[in-house]
Design a protein around this ligand. Structure first.
Ligand code: ZN
Length: 472
């Protein structure tokens, strides 16, 4: 009898989420995410999958973030023919996000090939194209939260709200093989209680094995009150000290909408009426539209604010800049602009242009609002780099860099502990989606305080569910 799970990505690291569940002959892939980081890390996306894509029977996608969804078009290009089960809002968001990855990948290959041609080197192909992304979307099968579905003989699936981004799901899987039954729970990425817009992560009561994220497993976030004070402080300080521009590198999905929500809610209090606010990212604009289309998933307070917003514009000075020309016009503004642009880790997208025009000016500010992977430009800024490289040019960092950890869309150590503690039987837990130190920090607390049988997933390793899992 085989019921097992093998860890292929986001084991000992954060990005590239991908786990393979085997139930007898049936094979189910949990997530198929892109590896993000420096060039070397991202080159791993081109390596063949460590399993035969044709042998997979079903894919389950926890949420739309590309470190969970970004290699699905590649999986399909490599021969996968089955369905991709996910929440309907995730499917809605993926339509935009996967196409964006395809488009970036086409542009990257074009750029690289121009260099290669000059050097007489063989040309490369894009990781996947916009067309591949569109083809991948035809495999998506949408589900609602709480809807139990048998997806293969002896494999039943249910998604619950993970409260991380719109459509994000905790995956419950009931697995049956030769009269043996096991329940596997995959946390996906877990959100935080009380986060703007979204519901709190759903407590799950039972499991035989939990795969749990540990991004912030060794850290505590600042409280909402502290975070809101910090943000207000930045806006007020910038107004008092000559008022440069404020750049907010933002993840298109989740963080951007959260920031816009806070701007609408604290418009007067933060003096935002004295700024021009730009959402300078076509993808973030499309994602914001997807949030609007799925507003019934919002929590009560946000739904109220959203309805109010539809009647009276709460952010009259918010400009959506879709075209490259509109984006370039912002570069002329020396003062009074709040620019929200992707990518969130500054390793691509329009934010790089804005950094070029503002980062060397001491009256400007950069607000970092989320996790920054090793090797990214955003991580260099957080780590206090005095100079950065932009398109081969060295640029001085004179702007003030603020890191607002409290806006994270991930549960912190306490949040993760609380979510796990809802399991009545304190089942074995495998930690994924965390840098080594973060996973180790959470493992220690889970073991010491809750007596949890906890392991940190190792890339390539297999966990057998058909036998009792030894306690460490
Ligand atoms: Zn995520």
């Amino acid at each position: 009898m085989t019921i097992q799970v093998q860890f292929f990505g986001a084991a000992g690291e954060v990005t590239g989420s991908c786990h393979l569940v085997r139930v007898g002959e049936r094979r189910i892939l949990l997530d198929c995410g892109l590896i993000q980081g420096d060039r070397k890390a991202e080159a791993r996306n081109r390596e063949p999958f460590p399993f035969d894509p044709k042998s997979i029977d079903a894919v389950i996608l926890s949420h739309a973030h590309i470190d969970h969804s970004g290699r699905i078009p590649l999986l399909i290009k490599s021969g996968y023919r089955g369905p991709v089960y996910t929440h309907r809002a995730t499917a809605d968001l993926c339509r935009t996000m996967l196409k964006d990855v395809g488009s970036l990948s086409e542009k990257d290959a074009e750029w690289e090939n121009r260099k290669r041609e000059r050097k007489g080197l063989p040309l490369i192909k894009p990781l996947f194209t916009i067309q591949d992304a569109e083809a991948a979307m035809t495999h998506f099968k949408s589900l609602d939260y709480g809807q139990q579905q048998t997806i293969l003989p002896g494999v039943t699936l249910c998604l619950s709200d993970a409260g991380h981004i719109l459509g994000s799901a905790i995956v419950e899987l009931w697995l049956e093989e030769k009269a043996q039954q096991r329940k596997l729970v995959f946390s996906g990425d877990l959100g935080r209680s009380g986060m703007p817009i979204l519901q709190d992560p759903t407590p799950i009561r039972t499991a035989d094995l939990v795969l749990m994220e540990s991004t912030y497993g060794d850290r505590l976030h600042r409280t909402w009150e502290q975070t809101l004070m910090e943000l207000r402080g930045i806006f007020n300080e910038t107004l008092a000290n000559g008022k440069g521009n404020i750049l907010i590198p933002a993840f298109a999905v989740g963080r951007t909408q959260e920031i816009l929500y806070l701007f609408a809610k604290y418009y007067k209090e933060w003096g935002l009426d004295r700024w021009h606010i730009f959402l300078d990212s076509p993808m973030a604009i499309e994602a914001t539209d997807a949030y609007a289309r799925n507003s019934e998933l919002f929590d009560d307070e946000s739904l109220k604010l959203w309805r109010h917003q539809q009647e009276h514009s709460l952010l009259p000075n918010l400009h959506f800049t879709r075209t490259a020309e509109e984006s370039m016009q912002i570069n002329r503004l020396r003062t009074g602009a709040i620019i929200i642009a992707g990518s969130g880790m500054c390793n691509g997208g329009r934010i790089k242009q804005h950094l070029k025009h503002n980062i060397w000016r001491k009256e400007c500010h950069v607000i970092i609002t989320g996790y920054q992977a090793y090797g990214t430009l955003g991580r260099a800024l957080v780590d206090g780099a005095e100079h950065i490289r932009l398109w081969g040019e060295t640029v001085r960092v004179a702007a003030t860099i603020h890191t607002i950890g409290g806006l994270s869309a991930h549960a912190d150590q306490n949040g993760l502990m609380q979510w796990y503690n809802h399991f009545e039987n304190h089942p074995p837990v495998m930690l994924v989606h965390g840098e080594t130190q973060a996973s180790a920090g959470l493992a220690t607390r889970l073991r010491n305080e809750l007596g949890a049988p906890v392991h940190v997933a190792v890339s390539g390793a297999t966990q057998d569910l058909s036998q009792p899992i030894p306690v460490t």
